[in-house]
Design a protein around this ligand. Structure first.
Ligand SMILES: Cc1ncc(COP(=O)(O)O)c(C=O)c1O
Length: 424
């Protein structure tokens, strides 16, 4: 009896394995089991075939208007080092002193062992400059956007976001459960329509926009957006990544320059661009900061920024407050470069900042121009391509430390190169 049962079981098991094996074979044929390394290689090949391959360009000098690349001196027109503070000796000195006194690492997350008096000082200093009750510092601007939007927006809320907002805003919204409404770039009428149709359905309506768009260089229509925010009782979040340090009487940002800072509920900025250091901040009411310190996962579950970046940021904010001459020089360069580029009738995206973009019809040509600028003319300017933007472009950024002769050289090089390309 026992023998019979075992034989029966054996037969059943065989049947089962046979059926399983057939199923597995069909699955393999259908899906073609993924080989991880083949998957990576195929993807990279595909990226290369579409001219979308990106490689890291390694420079080896102090950051400034010129950098050393591949052993040669090249003019830098692609950095966000607007005021030149990334290579400033005052920041270097502040970092050396802080490291000598406190060491390097912050040793833990902000809510555990990571809050040093330098973090507290930087947050007080930012709040004072921005004229808000409080500020909170994140490890990067990316984290500040991601950590704030995902913490604030729940499933009963709606977010209204410009279609060209920075990736960190898009990712923050993706992480939230809110209903999202994407309005056409800088289109106040579209935003008004979306708000009017939807605002009453949600607990919180949050409008979010870059102040200066990083890949176009134009400004958001902030004054009109403020009117809509007030009309529909919405909350306004402005990303000042490309305006902090540059606009406003003391470099506070564009919303201060426009006199609307008190209408903006959440002022976000980065310490990684004009401030020449690393980190991001949110400035706003006491309760906003308390909420984020308790709810923002990017703030809570990450080690606090290290001493060198905090010490550099403190020094940078002090400099920014009084950097009237640097700002004057930068704005002079912006005006000069704009005029020179416009004279050449390049296919420019209208700019209202230090960022200028020349559009191209195809990705390959954009990449070629960027390569040739570097190889033949010693100009470091990058090709920006999909998926970052829809239309490929060369992005140029001027800084306070560029001389007029640098900008003349840049425009001459571009003009020569683009004429050559036209003739080919
Ligand atoms: C508009 C905008 N927001 C946020 C960020 C992210 O800032 P960070 O570089 O400090 O992470 C950037 C940086 O590229 C940006 O351009």
């Amino acid at each position: 009896m026992l023998f019979c049962t075992c034989k029966g079981q054996l037969r059943n098991n065989k049947k089962f394995f046979h059926a399983y094996f057939i199923q597995y074979k069909t699955y393999c044929v259908r899906v073609k089991i993924l080989n991880f390394y083949e998957f990576l290689a195929e993807n990279i090949e595909q990226i290369k075939r579409s001219s979308l391959y990106r490689k890291l360009r390694v420079f080896s000098s102090r950051s400034g208007p010129y950098v050393k690349y591949n052993g040669k001196k090249v003019i830098q027109v692609s950095s966000n080092n607007y005021l030149g503070l990334a290579g400033d000796v005052r920041l270097q000195r502040a970092v050396s002193e802080a490291v000598k006194k406190y060491g390097v690492g912050s040793t833990g997350s902000r809510l555990i062992s990571g809050t040093h008096e330098l973090h507290a000082r930087l947050e007080e200093q930012i709040a004072e400059l921005k004229g808000t009750e409080r500020a909170i510092v994140f490890s990067s601007g990316y984290d500040a956007n991601l950590g704030t939007l995902s913490a604030l927006l729940g499933e009963d809320d709606a977010v209204y976001s410009d279609e060209l907002n920075h990736a960190s805003i898009i990712d923050g919204i993706r992480l939230s459960k809110a209903q999202k409404f994407i309005y056409k770039h800088c289109d106040v009428e579209h935003l008004r329509e979306l708000l009017s149709e939807n605002h009453y359905k949600y607990k919180l309506n949050l409008i979010v926009t870059d102040s200066i768009f990083s890949m176009d260089g134009n400004r958001a229509p902030l004054q009109e957006i403020v009117k809509l925010k007030e009309c529909y009782g919405a909350v306004l979040f402005v990303d000042e990544a490309h305006s902090f340090g540059i606009y406003g009487p003391h470099g506070e940002g564009l919303v201060h320059e426009l006199g609307i800072a008190d209408k903006v509920d959440i002022q976000m900025g980065t310490l990684s661009k004009a401030a020449g250091s690393k980190g991001g901040y949110i400035a706003g009411s006491n309760d906003l900061i308390e909420y984020l310190a308790n709810k923002s996962r990017a703030f809570i579950f990450s080690t606090a920024p290290a001493i060198p970046s905090i010490a550099a940021s403190i020094e940078a904010v002090e400099i920014i407050k009084k950097a009237h001459n640097l700002r004057k020089k930068l704005h002079g360069n912006i005006k000069y470069l704009k005029k020179k580029l416009e004279e050449q009738k390049f296919n420019l995206i209208p700019s209202e900042s230090a960022i200028f973009c020349i559009k191209f019809d195809d990705i390959e040509q954009t990449c070629q121009v960027s390569e040739q600028l570097l190889d033949k003319y010693n100009v470091m300017a990058f090709a920006i391509r999909p998926p970052t933007v829809e239309i490929p472009r060369i992005r140029l950024c001027t800084m306070a430390l560029h001389e007029k002769s640098d900008l003349d050289y840049l425009v001459r090089s571009l003009s020569e190169l683009l004429n050559l390309n036209r003739k080919v």
